[in-house]
Design a protein around this ligand. Structure first.
Ligand code: SF4
Length: 443
């Protein structure tokens, strides 16, 4: 059986695409290998969100080719789309598939590289996807591309116009994951809020159908731009299967900077959206992205941004120091901020983010919530094991318990007892695990 090696850099969307190709390759009789060494085909899903990401993509391509020069090398993703010619010239590359043709990547590799199809040994429908990076959660790509042109963003250039998958194909993929025992899906895209704009649907209708036509226990959203959300969107969270957390990239807490970024959502609208969510959904957690040191950002603008961020409060903040990306409007703006100033601002924002996170975690203490435990446990010196998982509103939590229980991919009622090192400490009544059907190790 021929083996395929799949790897990705960058965002959750690249991850979701890998999971889908894994299923498609298996359906035509390939098996998956975690090692490039014994692969007949290697697929690298590249990233170009920063110059550094593009450099890393080239490095990975060269490294895997050196490891296995006889394998067919397929390169796709944002770096390959932006620098198609350069990617084609890289040593060992047999095929470049730009983002706009990603949905037919497997057929294309078959046709162009004349790879064998082994129908006789094709894996059975529903055969477990060996690939899932973790068993608990699957990323579902629902749409690609974006109609907006934020001045710092290269993704919109690399991924093209918006195009949505059909609701049916998404429902089928979710049901496939349910059959494989996946507990949680993450709805991902470039502009998730724009889902359905090209197929007479929207995110509200899609999620309602997933709730109705699948048994998936937990539904999350990956990063969602804080605009274009459909009417009544937040009523979806009345269903306990929709997890009360959203990652809403704000990027700056000052309107003058947001204008230079060409962001659609200004501070007032953002505050209204967050307030609406928090009023409707108890314990709703908002996390965000912030760019510090955007061209022209003055001390005064930065201070105002800090004050706004503190006022809104976030469960977690991803902080990026602005780095010019060739091919974006922002890279051509004047008054780029000095590196040392960016560093100092990033430090101050990290300090604020840590305070906000700790206070958000403190608010969870005393609650009893259903936690999905992820990955294998860490063995402790005291003979106990430690598991890590996430609360419904996406706060990390760990629990220590006797080594006889296996919690991986299990959801258990967990009491949140304290906060340590920006993580919740949970406790589980072990007798409840026995009755909950959690797998028990035999000593
Ligand atoms: S909305 Fe998001 S994907 Fe679209 S251009 Fe802006 S940052 Fe890029």
């Amino acid at each position: 059986m021929s083996k395929v090696f799949l790897t990705a850099l960058g965002c959750r969307l690249n991850e979701a695409e890998l999971q889908r190709w894994a299923q498609e390759y298996q359906a035509i009789g390939y098996s998956l290998t975690p090692m490039p060494d014994d692969a007949a085909v290697m697929v690298v899903n590249t990233c170009a969100v920063t110059g550094e990401a593009a450099r890393k993509s080239r490095q990975i391509i060269r490294k895997h080719h050196r490891k296995n020069p006889s394998a067919k090398m397929v390169v796709t993703g944002c770096y390959a789309s932006l620098e198609e010619e350069q990617a084609n010239e890289l040593l060992g590359v047999d095929l470049v598939v730009p983002n706009t043709e990603k949905d037919s990547l497997v057929e294309k590799t078959q046709a162009v590289l004349e790879l064998p199809t082994m129908p006789a040994m094709a894996s059975e429908p529903g055969a477990p996807a060996l690939f899932a990076r973790n068993k608990e959660r699957a990323f579902i790509k629902v749409q690609d591309g974006c109609r907006y042109r934020c001045t710092f963003c290269i993704v919109t250039v690399a991924r093209g116009e918006e195009r949505s998958r059909t609701e049916e194909s998404i429902i089928d993929e979710v049901n496939q994951h349910v059959r494989e025992g996946v507990q949680e899906i993450v709805i991902a895209g470039v502009h998730v809020g724009g889902y359905g704009s090209d197929i007479d649907s929207d995110l509200f209708s899609l999620v309602r159908r997933i709730l109705k036509e699948t048994e998936i226990p937990r539904i999350r959203f990956a990063s969602v731009e804080p605009w274009d959300l459909p009417e009544d969107f937040f009523t979806l969270f009345e269903n306990p299967r929709v997890m009360p957390h959203m990652h809403l990239p704000l990027q700056s807490g000052t309107d003058s900077v947001l204008r230079r970024m060409a962001r659609r959502c200004k501070t007032e609208e953002f505050e209204r959206l967050v307030t609406q969510a928090r009023e409707k959904i108890p314990g709703f957690n908002v996390t965000t992205d912030i760019i510090v040191g955007f061209p022209g950002e003055t001390d005064e603008e930065f201070e105002r941004s800090l004050a706004y961020i503190e006022q809104i409060g976030f469960g977690h903040i991803h902080i990026f120091s602005y780095s010019p990306r060739e091919g974006t409007k922002a890279a051509r703006l004047a008054n780029h901020v000095d590196k040392s100033v960016k560093k100092e601002r990033s430090l101050r924002l990290h300090q604020l983010a840590s305070q906000l996170k700790t206070s958000a975690l403190q608010d969870q203490v005393g609650q009893k919530v259903s936690v999905l435990w992820e990955g294998s446990p860490k063995m402790l010196d005291n003979g106990k094991v430690r598991y890590v998982g996430h609360t419904p509103n996406y706060h990390r939590v760990c629990v220590e318990l006797s080594g006889k229980y296996q919690l991986e991919n299990q959801v258990t009622e967990t009491t949140l007892v304290s906060v340590e090192d920006e993580m919740l400490i949970g406790s589980i009544d072990e007798s409840s695990i026995a009755t909950s059907g959690a797998v028990i190790f035999r000593q």
